[in-house]
Ligand binder design. Structure first.
Ligand code: HSE
Length: 315
């Protein structure tokens, strides 16, 4: 039997990876990817404050200064807002490579606040935890955006409207759709990938992007694969970032030729993902891997459902 929250000395939470933007929802839409994730163990300390006691896993040299650490910054935001009588000691197990476009910094921040929440006498709701995790994400990307944080925290395909007072909507995904993700072994900094973006959008691109976002969301709600396929097209961001990803055009073409509904960059990249029907997913994956290999990249690949319970306490 688990102890009541207020009696716990420590808790460990898992937060899944995520693919942000989903082509047409730059900074507002993302889906969780349960096959990868970060775990954070938070223990109570006598004095208020935050300590990063260590880390393990696929990322080395994680900053120990909590102000410079995504989990640490999120926990500091919690401490500053809630002022508990105790502090947090966090140990981070990285399952998501940094600079992969799979929401690694977001997952550490999310797992940290979910674990710390289990130590509170009156645990907060996920929507209340969102703003703390968001502060952590900003440490690595240099901006406040929620399209990795929200799906990692809530699970599934998630739309977030607003920053100061965010509204979160979990969008239904038609049955039988799978996400195919292929991660080329290349580090791409989110700050760099955001830094190259132009500050302005043409009227024509604005109209297409708006139509595609509306079409995509309505297609998801109405099980309309044709409108999802027609709308799965980023006319603003992708063309600016594709040059950062070796083999981008061939990977996308390979996926679409094998029946994918769409194929684009996961978050800031370099991971790319496609959505396809379950039966098509293996050949879509093989085509994407082959195209990256032809561009000289080693890869990892996954086929996953787009459904999840999001971050949760595991111990
Ligand atoms: N929406 C963000 C971007 C996600 O594409 O820059 C990466 O953190």
């Amino acid at each position: 039997m688990s102890l009541p929250s207020s009696s716990r000395e420590g808790a460990t939470a898992f937060a899944p990876a995520s693919a942000a933007n989903v082509a047409i929802g730059f900074d507002i839409l993302g889906f969780s990817v349960d096959v990868l994730g970060d775990k954070v163990t938070v223990k109570r300390t006598a004095a208020p404050g935050v300590v990063i006691s260590g880390s393990s896993g696929v990322v080395k040299d994680i900053p120990r200064d909590p102000e410079k650490n995504t989990a640490g910054r999120a926990l500091l935001a919690m401490q500053e807002a809630l002022k508990p009588a105790f502090g947090f000691d966090a140990f981070i197990e990285k399952g998501i490579p940094l600079g992969s476009g799979l929401g690694g910094s977001a997952a550490s921040a999310v797992a940290a606040v979910v674990a710390a929440n289990a130590l509170l006498e009156k645990p907060l709701s996920k929507i209340e935890l969102l703003k703390f995790a968001m502060q952590g994400e900003a440490v690595s990307s240099g901006s406040l955006h929620v399209d990795n944080i929200s799906p990692s925290l809530f699970g599934g395909l998630v739309l977030t409207v607003g920053i100061d007072n965010p509204r979160v909507k979990q969008i239904p995904v038609p049955n039988g759709i799978r996400a195919v993700l292929v991660h080329p072994h290349l580090f791409l900094s989110t700050k760099q990938a955001r830094g190259i973006l132009k500050g302005e959008v043409s009227m024509s691109d604005f109209i297409w992007q708006t139509a595609n976002l509306a079409g995509f969301i309505s297609g998801c709600y109405s099980n309309d694969l044709d409108v999802i396929r027609a709308s799965f097209d980023d006319v603003v961001i992708e063309k600016q970032r594709s040059q950062l990803i070796p083999g981008f055009d061939a990977v996308r073409r390979g996926a679409l030729d094998r029946g994918a509904l769409g194929c684009t960059i996961s978050g800031a990249g370099p991971t790319m993902f496609a959505w396809s029907l379950d039966a098509d997913a293996p050949k879509v994956r093989d085509a994407m891997v082959a195209a990256f290999t032809a561009a000289g990249m080693r890869t990892d690949a996954w086929i996953v459902p787009i459904s999840s319970t999001g971050a949760h306490v595991v111990a």
